[in-house]
Write a new protein. Structure first.
Length: 433
């Protein structure tokens, strides 16, 4: 379950296995000499027809899912479409190969099916950059319950230069720790799943310094573990901590969805009081359990995709709470499609407009002491324009902004990792480290 499925050994091995399976299925007769007797004309036509038909079906399926029904909320890339077509071609070939075949060839064809599927899925995973191993893919939470021993929970000073007199002790761990916590929905009653928390090395000693905090959100569909399993946020935080005496922001990843397919749009509505949970219950838990700064200059909010939309909603909506925003591939406004206004805003178009980031940026300007980092893949034709529109509006509203564009990536976790690697240093510096 922990085998790396995103590395060349696995990818090359599966591709070779799929090619071998293809040849074994195609070569129905034992060769007599150099390919003599290997194919009959009828079987050759059958193979070509099966492969072409399967590929066409796969391409059509990808088109329907992506361009007609918009199942994932973004267009599938050419690479993903090609691998879906190849998988379907392999399946179709395996099916026709069992017609009037000996029993062992039927078994062979059946065994080749998972090889075709796994190979295609592995390469599609590379395109999206989502999973490192099978545990990631099936959503297993690998993180234990987090021990908060040593975390006083006292709100730290409003000093913008946190830990200025910090000296790392000799027994400080070399890397931070990730753990699972339950943040109660005391005020909101929101049905949140467990949250994930990253504590940097400096927070794991007996007398930790006051540190800044980032409230971070995954995308939708998704769960809090995605920020560490798919985005690998801790990699960049640990790298920053290694170069800064163990200091890095604490990161709290609460559940803004309640379940993977649900999208309450980070507002209070019949879909759930997610806004109250994320801006009242979660900050209350943070200040009562973690040794963090009390000033807005010590607090940031961020997220990816739907989580990025939430981050700009809250960051622009409550500048007195958050001094920095990290919006990665967020939308120009919260949405669940045609039912957005009816289900999320009681049918009020005015309420929906008032909750949009562009309106909040205009209403609460100027943001002269807020830092906004906006990240996007340069191949993200679906959400890239909206993200750039929001970034420009934030700049016009007086926010200090930085735009990070990931080359040759789209609306995927490859973009998230590229942006996080470059956002952690300036964000941490702005937060007082």
């Amino acid at each position: 379950m922990t085998l790396r499925i995103d590395k060349p050994p696995f990818l090359i091995g599966m591709t070779v296995a799929a090619a071998v399976c293809f040849l074994l299925v195609v070569l129905r007769r034992k060769p007599a000499g150099w390919l003599r007797g290997t194919w009959t004309a009828r079987w050759a036509l059958t193979v070509v027809a099966a492969v072409c038909c399967g590929a066409a079906i796969g391409w059509l399926l990808a088109w329907l899912v992506s361009d007609v029904f918009d199942t994932f909320g973004l267009p599938l890339t050419i690479m993903t479409r090609v691998w879906v077509a190849l998988a379907a071609a392999g399946l179709c070939l395996a099916v026709v190969s069992i017609w009037r075949a000996r029993w062992w060839r039927v078994v062979l064809a059946v065994l080749c099916v998972p090889v075709f599927l796994i190979t295609s899925a592995a390469w599609i995973n590379i395109d999206f950059g989502a999973y490192r191993n099978l545990d990631d893919a099936i959503g297993v939470d690998p993180y234990p319950a987090l021990s908060l021993a040593g975390q006083t929970g006292d709100a730290g000073p409003a000093d913008p230069h946190l830990a200025s007199d910090w000296h790392a002790p000799g027994d400080m761990p070399s890397a931070g720790r990730i753990g699972t916590v339950r943040i109660p929905a005391t005020v909101s009653g929101f049905a949140a799943r467990p949250a994930e928390v990253y504590l940097p090395p400096a927070a794991l000693v007996e007398h930790p310094p006051v540190l800044p905090v980032i409230e971070m959100f995954s995308g939708q569909p998704g769960s809090p573990i995605d920020i560490f399993e798919s985005a690998r946020f801790e990699t960049y935080l640990n790298a920053y901590a290694a170069a800064h005496h163990g200091l890095a922001p604490i990161v709290v990843v609460p559940d803004q969805l309640s379940r993977p397919e649900h999208n309450p749009m980070c507002v209070d509505s019949p879909l759930g009081k997610s806004a109250t949970y994320l801006t009242v219950d979660v900050p209350d838990w943070i200040t009562s359990h973690l040794h963090v700064g009390s000033s807005r200059t010590s607090w940031a909010i961020g997220g990816y995709s739907q989580g990025g939309t939430c981050s700009i909603q809250f960051g622009a909506g409550d500048p007195s709470r958050f001094g920095a925003i990290l919006d990665i591939s967020g939308e120009v406004a919260p949405t669940i499609g045609s039912q957005t206004v009816q289900k999320g805003f009681g049918g009020s178009a005015a309420a929906y407009k008032a909750a949009s980031p562009l309106t909040l940026l205009r209403t609460n300007a100027p943001f002269s002491h807020t830092f906004g980092i906006f990240g996007v893949g340069d191949a993200d034709s679906r959400y890239g324009p909206g993200l750039r529109t929001v970034a420009a509006a934030a700049s016009r509203a007086g926010m200090l902004t930085q735009l990070i564009q990931s080359p040759h990536s789209g609306h995927d976790w490859n973009t998230v990792r590229y942006v996080l690697a470059r956002a952690v240093p300036p964000l941490s510096a702005h937060l007082g480290l």
